[in-house]
Write a protein that binds this ligand. Structure first.
Ligand code: NOJ
Length: 512
């Protein structure tokens, strides 16, 4: 287990939209380098950068055309190597985004694979034997290739699935995972990983990590076996490299596949979604909505068994948002966000903060851009100040990759820096607290002290600290003995005495 994960707090950067230093309307690596001190001061000491490789950008870069070359829009490979170095100087680790399940349809492997004549790459993707032989249960494309056969897709039309083999293989064109051509796909992905690790990157966020082997069994045994093999390579060659999976099944991802971390993703109706995004029905019952009458048990019933099952082996990670999800400001105001972040940043595991959530950037209603669709509204330029283009770029406004929030009261970093009560300064204070108190970090003990269906507060213990949370507009109390502990940190107010802890509306207390 990479030691640095213990006290890691990640900042996710969507590179298109972070900071533009050459005035072309799109963010770049030099922009990230210029803002490393900002990220450090905020309290984040690790980055996850969305795919920044050469791509036709039909899915914002998740359609990779060259795994070893950065997209010219962000700079050069040398700029990215410099970014690694500058980050390391500041104690910041950098994860790149690995997309192992598919490439762009413009990747040279695919251009070779679709040729009529058999070659080294013929089986790099999944093809049937005839132009009219379809694939059951998976999306596919026919009629576009020189080769007679249809090919499987992993996501959009532009993203053909790489061939790692089949768990159950019935048809002649379905290869077993130990077929040399499927093993070659896995080894090619290891080669990509080694390339970036050798140049100074610290690991990978792994896209659709569960998607490798097709017709896999219900436990994804064959996909897990491939990841275990990759983990063995990392343990032997890069023991401090970290991997976080987009899987949302930590028992599989961490225990069976060997990932160091797995994301708790916002899947409609799941435990995590009830915290911040329970508004699909038209009424908002999110736990952190002041008048939402939320229920922490809907989160805990799902989280606790997963946390318990993977404790000690890896981290189930909580996040403010990501580039696929509506920003939390969509339905929560700044006070509600302060309490949300207080919770997310004091729970076990490694937390992830999506750029701009620290100032409460809004979700924008926008037409789709580069395969974003509804996700586009969470990918707008970072708001640095109240100057031109919110300080993101000096380009003419109509040349921006995406428009900046046009609201007169759009939040920005400069304004929030100057306001001690701002959301951003609360984030800083919370992350400072986390770095100071080892018990609040990834491995610190965690125990629920008071959580009752439909009742508040929610009280939990992290080592020698007791934390109590009341997101509602009412004063609430719970029978919890806090012994002789003293107030260590507060949002709002409350008190603890005579075996009872009481919190004023919308408050959070940390006792030590
Ligand atoms: C998950 C990524 O987060 C998303 O943005 C992308 O579109 C799909 N995987 C396909 O790679």
């Amino acid at each position: 287990m990479p030691k640095w994960l213990k006290d890691a707090v990640f900042y996710e950067i969507y590179p298109q939209s972070f900071y533009d230093t050459n005035g072309d309307g799109i963010g770049d690596f030099n922009g990230v380098i210029e803002k490393l001190d900002y990220i450090k001061e905020l309290g984040c000491n690790a980055l996850w950068i969305n795919p920044c490789f050469d791509s036709p950008f039909k899915d914002a870069g998740y359609d990779v055309r060259d795994y070893k070359k950065v997209a010219p829009r962000y700079g050069t490979n040398s700029d990215l190597y410099r970014l690694f170095g500058e980050a390391h100087k500041r104690g910041i680790h950098v994860l790149l985004d690995l997309v192992p399940g598919h490439t762009s349809e413009e990747h040279p492997w695919f251009l070779e694979s679709q040729k009529a004549e058999a070659n080294e790459y013929s089986n790099r993707y999944i093809w049937t034997r005839h132009a009219f032989e379809s694939i059951k249960g998976y999306p596919y494309i026919g009629g576009e290739s020189e080769r007679a056969g249809v090919y499987m897709l992993n996501f959009f039309k532009s993203q053909p699935a790489l061939n790692y083999g089949f768990g159950e293989y019935k048809e002649g064109w379905q290869l077993p995972t130990d077929h040399p051509d499927c093993v070659a796909t896995r080894e090619a992905m290891k080669d990509v990983m080694r390339f970036w690790l050798d140049h100074g990157c610290d690991g990978f966020r792994v896209d659709m990590a569960d998607s490798l082997v097709k017709n896999d069994d219900e436990f994804k045994s064959s996909t897990c076996a491939i990841w275990k093999n990759i983990r063995e390579m990392l343990d032997a060659e890069y023991p401090q490299a970290a991997m976080v999976s987009e899987w949302n099944n930590p028992e599989r991802a961490i225990k069976a596949a060997g990932f160091h971390m797995d994301f708790y993703l916002n899947w409609g109706g799941n435990g995590y979604s009830t915290l911040m995004r329970d508004y699909e029905s038209g009424e908002d019952h999110s736990f952190f909505k002041k008048d939402g009458n939320g229920d922490i048990m809907r989160f805990l019933d799902e989280y606790l068994p997963r946390y318990t099952a993977t404790k000690g082996d890896g981290y189930y990670c909580l996040l403010t948002c990501n580039h696929d999800t509506l920003r939390p400001k969509y339905n929560l105001d700044d006070q509600e966000l302060k309490l949300t972040y207080a919770f997310l940043f004091t729970m076990p595991g490694v937390p992830f903060l999506y750029y701009g959530d620290e100032i409460g950037m809004r979700y924008q209603q926008l037409p789709t851009k580069e395969g974003g669709y509804h996700r586009t509204g969470s990918r707008t330029p970072m708001q640095w100040n109240n100057g031109k283009n919110a300080g993101f770029s000096t380009c003419p406004s109509d040349a921006l990759y995406l428009p900046v929030d046009p609201a007169a009261d759009a939040p920005n970093v400069a304004a929030q820096e100057a306001d001690p009560e701002s959301l951003m300064n609360t984030v800083k204070a919370l992350l400072r607290l986390r770095h100071e108190e080892e018990n609040l970090q990834a491995d610190g003990e965690f125990e629920v002290l008071y959580a009752e269906g439909g009742k508040l507060p929610f009280v939990y213990r992290r080592g020698d600290l007791i934390l109590a949370l009341n997101p509602s507009g009412k004063t609430v109390s719970a029978p919890v003995d806090t012994d002789k502990k003293k107030l260590r940190f507060a949002i709002g107010s409350g008190e603890a005495k005579a075996g009872k802890i009481t919190l004023q509306p919308q408050s959070f207390l940390v006792l030590k």
